[in-house]
Design a protein. Structure first.
Ligand SMILES: [Zn+2]
Length: 315
């Protein structure tokens, strides 16, 4: 029997066959659910993992970000959001919708001079922050060879390749940690790279949520085989504690498409893009209904995406 790669448990494991839905060629991948830490994890080797990414993957995930909002509007929003405004959940969701990425630094209390490392992605997020006041930004990605954004430092490498002497005030992993098959090594490295009062922000899909309960292996955030691990908050805490870190806060922020796409996966053979297109074609009142459902799930801490605020453990 295999061992859980998060906590080492090998008892009462449950297995699921999950369909790949972006290329949608009918392939399925085996996932294993650990009864102890509650992590759903890819349970087979995928030697050709790069084949499941490619240019289309990056351009699709990034194209919705809006870069053209004037600096005199975006800068104050960035500043205020870093201080934790707005506190109101509805207002937060609304603003985040308009300026998609500004809230990646929400409530960090770090200023424009802070050293920021973004792990995973083609550099668009960092380029946006650089353009709007943040002076010291670096982006790294293992698969993306070059960044088209010339105003940032971009390195084609893994976080574990960085020198321990490099220090950062903020390390962000915006939907990238779940793509890494070595979470223990990565968190150990975060512990090395983070300044004493630094903050690591990890945004990941959360297992055990409402969408999982309803749709199980059709829950769209499994995204087989690209997502190696779907964690419970408990599993994140266990791993952080093991590597000198601690989870200070969890901010649930799930999207309005979680139930719709999962339902399409269950009821039809649609691929990811087709499911998105079907959602976009819905009448406005239907979309509002899904938005409210996501808001409600987040309030109950049952949304399927969350930001983890991670710091050094105080001795
Ligand atoms: Zn486990």
């Amino acid at each position: 029997m295999p061992n859980c790669k998060v906590c080492g448990n090998n008892r009462n494991l449950k297995f699921y066959d999950v369909k790949e839905r972006q290329l949608n060629k009918g392939e399925t991948f085996k996932y294993c659910l650990c009864s102890k830490c509650g992590t759903l994890q890819l349970d087979q080797a995928v030697p050709n993992m790069e084949d499941y990414y490619g240019d289309a993957y990056y351009s699709f995930t990034m194209k919705s970000i809006r870069m053209q909002i004037p600096r005199f509007i975006i800068q104050p929003i960035l500043f205020l959001s870093s201080k934790g405004f707005p506190k109101n959940g509805k207002c937060f969701r609304y603003l985040n919708k308009i300026v998609k990425i500004s809230f990646s630094l929400y409530d960090t209390h770090k200023g424009f001079n802070s050293r920021i490392l973004d792990v995973g992605g083609d550099g668009m997020l960092m380029s946006f922050l650089r353009k709007n006041g943040y002076k010291n930004v670096t982006c790294i990605d293992l698969f993306c060879k070059n960044s088209m954004y010339s105003n940032i430092k971009f390195i084609n490498c893994s976080i574990t390749d960085l020198d321990d002497d490099e220090k950062f005030d903020i390390i962000t992993m915006n939907s990238s940690f779940e793509h890494m098959n070595n979470p223990h090594e990565v968190l150990n490295k975060v512990n090395q790279l983070l300044n004493n009062n630094g903050l690591c922000l990890i945004k990941i899909p959360i297992y055990g949520n409402e969408a999982w309960k309803r749709y199980k292996e059709n829950w769209f955030q499994i995204d087989a085989p690209r997502h190696y691990f779907l964690y419970l908050p408990k599993a994140m805490r266990i791993m952080c504690e093991k590597h000198g870190l601690t989870v200070e806060n969890i901010l649930y922020y799930s999207g309005n498409k979680q139930f719709f796409i999962s339902k399409m996966y269950k009821d039809s053979d649609m691929n990811f893009k087709e499911a998105i297109a079907a959602f976009n074609a819905l009448p406005k009142r239907e979309k509002v209904k899904y938005e409210k459902e996501a808001e409600f799930a987040d309030k109950q801490k049952k949304g399927d995406v969350a930001w983890f605020y991670i710091k050094h453990k105080t001795q």
